[in-house]
Design a protein around this ligand. Structure first.
Ligand code: HEC
Ligand code: HEC
Length: 280
């Protein structure tokens, strides 16, 4: 009896030691990933401050989701808080803008690389990487037009989320980027090119960098939009109600909060491109 208790005790001690060792190994490896240094390369983009460009920047920021994740007034706030996974705070962009140059902001937004050389994690830079200088310049003009507030700074306090980072389930933004900026300003003269640009800069965040759906199956391949008539597609983009009328969850939210800001011409170009992409 005494002997088997002793064995049990040694077994439990061994198991505890193993768990502590594994936790430590995950912690060290995740710190290595979070603090990995990237070469700070950034390009300056022209930032105008005409009222038209600022208003267009506000519209583009709404579509891109800047205001969704950083707040309507760009004031920042808790983006995610879970007792097990950790806490992620998106910063007050008016404050970030006040102590970053335009080139430093370009580096963060389009390349995912912060001033200190580390990568952002949640920021969908793999989507913004496609953005033209002109569109990014207008978004920066909008951010710089706002009065500087006193909202929070970036904070990533990860707990169990570290395990997913080490296992590669989450990747740093820098690792997700697979393309550079769009080579020219797309527009109505080439609707398919324009539609593709809109898809790459507004849908890749959730539907995957190739629009073929998220690896974890939470979003469909955008070929799902091919059978939509233009009118049905307009309804989805404006109200979040899909063809067939079933209930959507996150998609309904982004449609109502972000995609309502697309013009009718943009929705038409997007619809045309998604149909062409699917071979419809
Ligand atoms: C899905 C949510 C999300 C969207 C969309 C988003 N951000 Fe962020 N952003 C974050 C979070 C969270 C952080 C904190 C850093 C991180 O992700 O590791 C951040 C950080 C930043 C930073 C500061 C990084 C630093 O050095 O502290 C800037 C600048 C920024 N975002 C600009 C933008 C702009 C401009 C847009 C729109 C074009 C945008 N963000 C869209 C979530 C988002
Ligand atoms: C913030 C994440 C997010 C973004 C950005 C996003 N989607 Fe979605 N989308 C989803 C999710 C999640 C679903 C699955 C349904 C749900 O859970 O709402 C979905 C489903 C869909 C569907 C299927 C609707 C049906 O018939 O069931 C279409 C079409 C669609 N999205 C189009 C788009 C287009 C076009 C864009 C870009 C303009 C886009 N989505 C951007 C998250 C997103």
């Amino acid at each position: 009896m005494g002997r088997s208790l002793g064995v049990l005790r040694i077994g439990l001690l061994g198991l505890t030691g193993l768990l502590v060792f594994a936790a430590l190994a995950f912690y060290i490896q995740s710190e290595r990933i979070l603090n990995r240094q990237y070469e700070v390369a950034a390009a300056s983009v022209a930032v105008s401050s005409t009222p038209e460009d600022i208003a267009e920047g506000e519209r583009l920021a709404a579509i891109a989701g800047c205001s969704g994740c950083h707040g309507d007034q760009l004031e920042g706030g808790t983006f995610f808080e879970g007792p097990w996974l950790g806490t992620i705070v998106s910063p007050d962009l008016t404050r970030v803008a006040a102590n970053h140059t335009d080139a430093e902001l370009e580096g963060i937004i389009r390349r995912g690389i912060r001033k200190d050389g580390t990568s952002v994690l949640v920021m969908p830079s793999e989507m913004f990487a496609h953005m033209t200088d002109s569109d990014l310049g207008k978004i920066l003009a909008f951010i710089r037009s706002r009065p500087v507030g006193d909202g929070p700074e970036t904070r990533l306090s990860l707990r169990l989320a570290r395990v997913f980072l080490v296992l590669g389930e989450f990747q740093m933004a820098t690792e997700r980027i697979d393309a550079g900026p769009w080579p020219h300003q797309p527009g109505p003269s080439d609707p398919e090119d324009w539609g593709r640009y809109l898809a790459m800069t507004a849908c890749t965040e959730c539907h995957g960098t190739d629009l073929a759906g998220a690896d974890d199956g939470t979003t469909p391949d955008l070929a799902i939009a091919a059978p939509y008539s233009l009118e049905e597609f307009q309804t989805l983009m404006r109200t979040g109600v899909p063809k067939g009328g079933h209930e959507l969850d996150l998609m309904a939210e982004v449609a109502r909060g972000r995609f309502v800001h697309f013009t009718n011409e943009e929705v038409t170009a997007l619809h045309g491109y998604l149909r062409a992409r699917a071979g419809a």
